[in-house]
Design a protein around this ligand. Structure first.
Ligand code: SF4
Length: 266
């Protein structure tokens, strides 16, 4: 049975043909590279993971900022490879390195001494079963708020753009994660659950409590979408969806629709 994920569902929504290339044909892009923004983001994520794993293990131990910044620097250097590319003109490797450092310093300033919640897990896999369909994902951090007792689902983003509030309210990923976290930690089901988006570059966080109706709407939407995907698979019918996003598609070199329309894509 297919196990879905939020990114798998999103790929189909953006372009069914790219879904086929990626998940069914399992085609690997010819020139794999990682954008430096993503590299910086994953390094920051790793440091936050380190921070909360350490804090979970030694809740009373002080965590100095320098420890996190040293960890960031060593991860940055250890994982660096020639596959990391800078696309934005005028930006350097050093600029991105310092951006990540600032993100961590700001986060530290806002959250130390890290005692407002108790961390239950970091980078935890959750599995959700909706009407027999399986969806999995990894939650950056699950915690319990020490004051309210609410279950918290934390998601860390290093995106350079702030979202619309309505996009967050309707976000499928964290709604699915909320269902998964509730299932994983049923002992907190008496309390509310909150999803918390940390937009680290902007030093902003957004908190939402998804209502039962919102959760049910997400479930209905996911079931409809998976049924559409499975019908496409059964009919072997995956239509291309040509748009400006094709310019960043890893399959543009093999996609006939892109080749035919390349001149018209702006
Ligand atoms: S290039 Fe465009 S149409 Fe072709 S697979 Fe990628 S996103 Fe779809």
């Amino acid at each position: 049975m297919t196990i879905y994920s939020h990114s798998r569902l999103s790929t189909f929504e953006k372009c069914p043909l790219s879904y086929k290339y990626k998940y069914l044909d399992k085609i690997k892009p010819e020139i794999p590279f990682i954008g430096i923004e993503a590299y910086m983001g994953s390094t920051v994520h790793e440091v936050l993971e380190y921070l909360y794993r350490r804090q979970k293990k030694m809740p009373d131990a002080e965590i100095p900022l320098i420890l996190l910044l040293d960890k960031y620097e060593s991860l940055w250097n250890e994982n660096w490879s020639d596959d990391v590319k800078i696309v934005k003109e005028g930006m350097t490797k050093e600029d991105y390195f310092l951006q990540g450092k600032k993100i961590l310093a700001d986060y530290y300033k806002n959250h130390q001494p890290f005692d407002s919640e108790k961390t239950l897990s970091v980078e935890e896999r959750v599995d959700v079963n909706i009407e027999g369909f399986k969806i999995m994902g990894f939650i950056d951090r699950i915690a319990v708020n020490n004051e309210t007792g609410n279950l918290e689902i934390h998601d860390y983003k290093t995106s350079g753009r702030l979202p619309q509030i309505s996009d967050l309210q309707n976000d499928r990923q964290l709604a699915l994660y909320q269902i998964g976290a509730r299932k994983k930690y049923p002992e907190y089901n008496e309390n509310e659950a909150e999803v918390i988006y940390h937009y680290l570059r902007f030093n902003e966080e957004f908190r939402f409590q998804k209502t039962d109706e919102e959760i049910q709407a997400v479930k209905n939407n996911v079931v409809d979408l998976i049924q559409t995907i499975e019908l496409s698979s059964w009919e072997n019918n995956f239509k291309p969806c040509v748009s400006s996003l094709c310019r960043w598609c890893e399959f543009s070199t093999i996609c006939p629709a892109f080749q035919q329309n390349a001149g018209k894509i702006i």
